[in-house]
Write a protein that binds this ligand. Structure first.
Ligand code: AMP
Ligand code: ZN
Length: 114
């Protein structure tokens, strides 16, 4: 999918609404529209990369920032004490639906695998 059509690129460009939790130059966090936990946030690089196979296209500092922003979002939404899961669905067997790399940050309830 092209960057013009990618829904997470549209959110990153401000062309599509989202409930933004954290906003900075290279990384954005917003609430999942169909949350599967009391806290369910998606953390994305503003730069379009489809999946982990393309993560080398991101500057190292942005990769680090994805995790720091995940922690900041969890802290802001009050789940650091209870704990939270950070998950990447990569490819069809994992159920990836949006092919713009994103970290799911989920908390507020007991989470198991998968
Ligand atoms: P994944 O299966 O990892 O690709 O997950 C994609 C996630 O994006 C799902 O949990 C969807 O609920 C979520 N999602 C899809 N469209 C939007 C949107 N416009 N705003 C926020 N979350 C979305
Ligand atoms: Zn994109």
């Amino acid at each position: 999918m092209s960057e013009a059509e990618c829904i997470f690129c549209k959110i990153a460009r401000g062309e599509m609404d989202a409930e933004v939790v954290h906003d900075e130059d290279d990384v954005l966090a917003f609430k999942d529209i169909n949350g599967k936990a009391p806290v369910h946030v998606l953390v994305i690089p503003r730069q379009h990369v489809a999946n982990l196979e393309e993560i080398g296209d991101l500057p190292d500092a942005v990769v680090k920032r994805l995790f720091e922003v995940s922690s900041a979002a969890a802290q802001k939404l009050g789940v650091t004490e209870g704990g939270y899961a950070v998950r990447v669905n990569n490819g069809p067997d994992a159920g990836q639906e949006v092919f713009h790399l994103h970290l799911h940050v989920m908390g507020g309830k007991r989470l198991g695998m998968p």
